[in-house]
Ligand binder design. Structure first.
Ligand code: NAP
Length: 305
């Protein structure tokens, strides 16, 4: 596993991180398998684990906390979580960036994760009005109190990215960059060169271009399809232009997709989601492996044509 330096802390992070969200976090997905995946990730040299207070109705953080319990190197891991989305009655999600809401959420996250300090905290999908002195003040207090390390913003929205940078209050950003959004790479490089630590979310673009995405023999496949239909309809169509990724000898489509993200040296870490040790092992092997340049160019061209 290769490691990348942070701009805002004296540390190096694995260039691949495990997203502890989505199907991995669902109660219907086996707890034992979910924990095994975390332990296997640690064995592969992965040191970054991302989750969120509202993911799977709060179940994601608790599950990750149980998986981390007993790990000898738990304190060396970079666990990130999010504030600002609260789970209400019937699982409904509410935005809450109030001082009380942020504090309450951070204390709950620390308890669920079994940590005394959260290495990275992201505001989860803030709106422009959430960039205010109350938010900045409580984040600074939490850092001063030693409860939180780096603070950042998790957004896929260009305007919010602009506000994140303009505020000068954040050390990191989590945004999407993948084979279906290759142009994001340029912006990420600019932001990283300006001193922001950028974490890539959805680094595999949900795997929509992969032949295996079209299999439908497990409940998770139906769940991934339902998510794509709800949130990624245009990308499903766009992904058809990337089917050539399934025909490259020695590489799987997901490996090539991850290699495309890792080719950019500027983000600090690419987060991938998986419910399979086999998939994780395939992806971990991409770190440090040189992908065919003509395929990398073809990915860029497929999306800019
Ligand atoms: N997506 C978002 O909107 C979002 C927002 C904020 C943060 N994030 C962060 O980014 C992380 C990753 O995003 P994500 O989980 O949404 O999507 P992703 O990593 O882009 O894609 C996950 C999909 O890829 C499949 N996959 C993984 N390895 C594979 C392999 N080797 N071969 C074929 N398919 C493979 C997974 O299926 P299997 O389970 O079968 O492996 C799953 O369907 C999240 O967990 C979270 O930490 C994402």
């Amino acid at each position: 596993m290769k490691y990348r330096s942070l701009h805002n802390a004296d540390a190096r992070l694995s260039e691949i991180g495990l997203g502890c969200a989505s199907y991995w976090a669902k109660k219907i997905f086996s707890e034992r398998t979910a924990q095994r995946i975390v332990h296997y990730a640690v064995a592969c040299g992965i040191t970054v684990f991302d989750t969120g207070s509202s993911y799977a109705n709060g179940h994601a953080e608790q599950r990750l906390g149980r998986a981390l319990r007993g790990l000898a190197n738990r304190d060396d891991l970079w666990i990130s979580s999010k504030v600002g989305t609260r789970v209400g009655a019937w699982g409904r999600l509410y935005k809450d960036f109030s001082e009380r809401g942020i504090r309450h959420s951070v204390h709950n996250s620390l308890r669920a994760l079994g940590l005394s300090r959260l290495p990275v905290l992201f505001l989860h999908g803030p709106n422009p009005e959430d960039f205010n002195d109350t938010t900045f003040g409580v984040l600074e207090d939490l850092q001063r109190e030693g409860l939180v390390g780096l603070v950042g913003v998790n957004t896929f929205d260009d305007e919010i990215i602009r506000l994140t940078v303009a505020s000068g209050r954040f050390q990191c950003l989590m945004t999407d960059f993948n084979v279906l959004k290759p142009d994001r790479g340029r912006l990420i490089s600019e932001l990283a060169n300006g001193g922001l630590d950028v974490f890539v979310a959805a680094a595999l673009a949900g795997g929509l271009y992969s032949r295996s995405f079209y299999r439908l023999y497990l409940p998770k496949h139906a769940w991934y399809w339902a998510r794509a239909l709800a949130r990624q309809r245009p990308q499903l169509k766009q992904a058809r232009g990337l089917h050539f990724l399934n025909q490259v000898p020695g590489w799987s489509a997901a490996q090539l997709a991850l290699a495309f993200v890792l080719e950019n040296p500027d983000p600090v870490c690419a987060l991938i989601g998986t419910t399979s040790e086999t998939h994780l092992s395939e992806l971990a092997a991409v770190s440090g492996k040189k992908a065919p340049p003509e395929i990398m160019q073809k990915i860029q061209a497929a999306n800019t044509a």
